[in-house]
Design a protein around this ligand. Structure first.
Ligand SMILES: [Mn+2]
Length: 304
């Protein structure tokens, strides 16, 4: 056992003797927060210490991903109570009642919390820090603990592509995913938030839908994030857009396809006559920053 895990264990033993311990992630808990809580609870259990997980509003991805590991994120949800001692993971700012006894986080800050045990480090995922603590503490680490931490790493770092992950850590994550036999295509899809292209065209054409008024002109825009757009699906989506445009009396429908795997976007501008103008970008563009200001200018220039 390392010096710091011995210190953490002694601290938490004293805390448990006085009352309940809850481990909590940030609000609208994501996969990393949820997994960090699960692993922290397993560490405390290995030390014979009771500890409750109190996740605040786990997000849809957290519920979906944990379910794949046979865990129920919804069942872990609930706010920490006043009388509880808190272990914060994956965040360091107080959001709830309770006395903060420990904080393990990977968000650098100039204002760490004032708590008996604070460990804030640079890491792709907090869950990887907690996994390392389990190893340091010499408690048994199951294959599922490792798989959970590696999944959290993928999903907290845009599938290991984020600038926040160090190269060695990304290489480690990839090697672990292979060794553990994880479904990396699924991790990539979840990490890049790729759309399930099996959905009906009527659903795909309306994702991220926004309506803009430029003077008297009405513009609708939507987008899909995928690396698997086919001509057939695209034509089905454009046909849906033409039909919906007529119903909604839009002057233009801007449909964007973002391909995060290849790092490029394509814009399809559909006009009421059914024609499509295609603009290909060699980067991932932003609708709000790169596309709509230009569309607004064009709509004003075209004004009859
Ligand atoms: Mn995180």
């Amino acid at each position: 056992m390392s010096e710091r895990t011995a210190r953490l264990r002694a601290l938490l033993e004293g805390t448990a003797a006085r009352g309940g311990i809850a481990v909590t992630g940030h609000d609208r808990a994501d996969v990393d927060s949820a997994v960090s809580c699960v692993l922290m609870q397993r560490l405390l259990r290995a030390w014979g210490l009771p500890c409750r997980i109190a996740l605040c509003a786990p997000d849809a991805q957290a519920r979906r991903v944990l379910a794949r590991f046979g865990l129920d994120a919804q069942a872990m949800s609930g706010a920490p109570q006043d009388a509880e001692s808190l272990i914060l993971v994956d965040h360091h700012q107080r959001a709830h009642a309770g006395r903060i006894v420990a904080c393990i986080d990977h968000h650098p800050t100039a204002c760490p919390p004032d708590a008996p045990y604070v460990q804030i480090e640079q890491a792709g995922a907090c869950a990887v820090m907690v996994l390392a603590l389990m190893r340091e503490a010499g408690v048994p680490v199951a294959a599922q603990d490792e798989a959970l931490a590696v999944a959290a790493l993928y999903l907290d770092t845009i599938a290991l592509r984020s600038t926040k992950i160090r190269r060695e850590e990304a290489a480690w994550g990839e090697a672990q995913a292979r060794r553990l036999g994880l479904d990396t295509a699924w991790l990539l899809r979840e990490g890049l938030q790729l759309q399930d292209m099996g959905l009906p065209a009527g659903t795909l054409c309306a994702l991220g839908k926004k309506t803009y008024s430029f003077g008297a002109r009405r513009v609708i825009s939507s987008y899909v994030q995928t690396d698997a757009m086919t001509q057939e699906t695209l034509q089905a989506i454009l046909a849906e857009i033409r039909a919906q445009m007529a119903r909604e009396r839009a002057d233009l429908w801007v449909f964007l396809v973002h391909d995060p795997v290849r790092g490029r976007s394509t814009e399809y501008d559909v006009t009421p006559d059914g024609r499509v103008r295609t603009i290909a970008y060699d980067a991932l563009i932003s609708r709000g920053r790169d596309v709509m200001p230009r569309v607004e200018r064009e709509m004003q220039e075209e004004r009859p």
